[in-house]
Ligand binder design. Structure first.
Ligand SMILES: [Fe+2]
Length: 479
């Protein structure tokens, strides 16, 4: 990457190039988080030292992702890859973007023929096929607290797959192989800053002068926020393979208010008679768009009344309940966590239970007051909700790697255990003894938590072997 381009990128608050692939690919939480944290902070805090962007990155393990697309294409027949579901074939020629998907399965001979004729391939839900990408995304989703998605793009030399456009997500473009020439443009109007929906395909005439022109080489990471128009094309001499990781779709104050306000209005309608009073006679004669220019006492009084009622809604704003609803949606959107070997070994996923000599072995749990337990996984959000007078624990362990392939997962919690559950949720990542859980007497605690929690093997803590148990991923036992 030319130094000039980096310097140029750093002058802007809103996008930058972060050459940090070696911090992404080891899939090690602190490195990944630091890299992205630096990126996010550099965007938000003008005083953040830009030198931190100059992480040296040329020791790259790109093969981990590079081979993904090829593996997938080679195994099309085995994996049952479908057009529209897993793969899009597109082209952009003479200002016209076309989609060439054929209904049904994507066979290699067909896909490579499109490619040879200048079409771009976009792989959808690639995390369903790549463990490494799934790991990166599940870590990032925990960090951002918002769904993280990805697409992988393969573009032939000398072509462009997509028309200029802007998106409704924060985009992290990671160049894996070959190179690509990117042009980025500022949002054109105030209304296009941080848009809620992506744009239609734009034409060259719609664009001004780019604010960034850069050729990305393997290992470069380009970030740009929602609303920045972009287009990318291959140089005549080489193809391009890149992954775009996205987040923060519909994750705004406005989206949270969409949950708060209707519920607040329901509450106000129930409690406050003023919200239930009838509208004035003939109000249509001085309200509505056709009367919006009018200035008269009736209209003024009407508007004043509406504003007063809107103000009173504040008292009914159930902020926590709305946040819970938003969190519930997020947990449905989430990728499942990637469990470590220890987590598998100490949970139901690695239970030693087996059939041996004509009977099942190692089935019974042996939990005592001193047994230590904790929630299963740091990247697996759990959350307690109150719904229809029931207490539910939502979790993501059983989500699918394909977006919304399974229903939201939750389990009803005995109200007597709710405090104990909250205690463990707050204590994470620490283990807590069953004895210390604040509910019921010891015998009952052991009995109930043995029913809800799974105990397994031994875990190494502080170098010593301790008896410890991860949260049992529950629905199989209880349903
Ligand atoms: Fe885009």
């Amino acid at each position: 990457l030319p130094v000039g381009a980096l310097v140029q990128a750093r002058k802007h608050q809103d996008y930058t190039i972060l050459p940090c692939v070696n911090h992404l690919l080891p899939y090690y939480r602190p490195s990944v988080m630091n890299a992205f944290l630096e990126l996010v902070q550099s965007k938000r805090d003008p005083t953040f030292p830009s030198d931190l962007m100059l992480l040296d990155i040329r020791e790259i393990k790109l093969h981990l992702l590079q081979t993904l697309l090829y593996k997938l294409i080679l195994s099309f027949q085995k994996e049952c890859v479908l057009f529209n579901v897993n793969l899009d074939v597109t082209s952009y020629f003479n200002g016209k973007k076309e989609n060439h998907n054929i209904p049904g399965r994507a066979y290699p001979v067909v896909v490579w023929d499109f490619y040879k004729n200048g079409c771009s391939l976009r792989m959808l839900n690639p995390q369903a096929f790549s463990l490494n990408l799934w790991k990166v995304m599940s870590i990032l989703q925990e960090f951002f607290g918002s769904m993280v998605g990805a697409n992988i793009y393969l573009t032939p030399p000398g072509t462009q797959g997509f028309a200029p456009h802007y998106d409704d997500i924060e985009a992290f473009v990671l160049q894996l192989e070959g190179s690509k020439y990117w042009r980025i443009y500022n949002p054109r109007t105030e209304g296009e800053f941080l848009p809620q929906v992506s744009s239609v395909n734009l034409t060259e005439e719609d664009l001004g002068k780019p604010v960034l022109e850069v050729v990305l080489e393997p290992g470069d990471l380009l970030y740009f926020p929602r609303g920045f128009i972009h287009q990318a094309s291959c140089l005549p001499t080489t193809h391009s393979l890149h992954v775009t990781i996205s987040t923060y779709q519909k994750h705004t104050w406005g989206n949270l208010l969409k949950k708060i306000l209707p519920a607040a209005l329901e509450g106000a309608l129930q409690d406050d008679v003023e919200f239930r009073q009838g509208l004035p006679l003939n109000y249509l004669e001085y309200t509505g768009v056709q009367h919006c220019e009018k200035v008269n006492a009736q209209r003024k009084k009407f508007i004043k009344k509406i504003n007063s009622l809107i103000g009173r809604l504040q008292a009914y704003a159930g902020i926590d309940a709305a946040v819970d609803q938003k969190a519930k949606e997020f947990m449905h959107d989430c990728l499942p966590p990637v469990l470590s070997k220890d987590e598998i070994a100490c949970s139901v996923h690695g239970a030693p239970t087996r059939w041996e000599n004509g009977k099942p072995r190692d089935v019974l749990l042996d939990m005592k007051g001193d047994t230590e337990i904790r929630m299963l996984h740091v990247y697996s959000p759990h959350r307690l909700f109150s719904e229809d007078n029931r207490i539910l624990l939502s979790y993501t362990v059983e989500n699918s790697r394909i977006y919304h392939e399974v229903e939201p997962q939750s389990i009803e919690i005995d109200p007597e255990l709710a405090d104990g559950m909250e205690y463990l949720l707050c204590a994470y990542p620490e283990f807590k003894t069953i004895r210390s859980i604040p509910c019921a007497d010891l015998e009952e605690k052991v009995c109930k938590f043995s029913g809800i929690w799974f105990c397994g093997c031994h875990s190494h803590t502080d170098g010593s072997i301790k008896e410890s148990f991860f949260m049992y991923e529950p629905c199989k036992f209880l349903s």
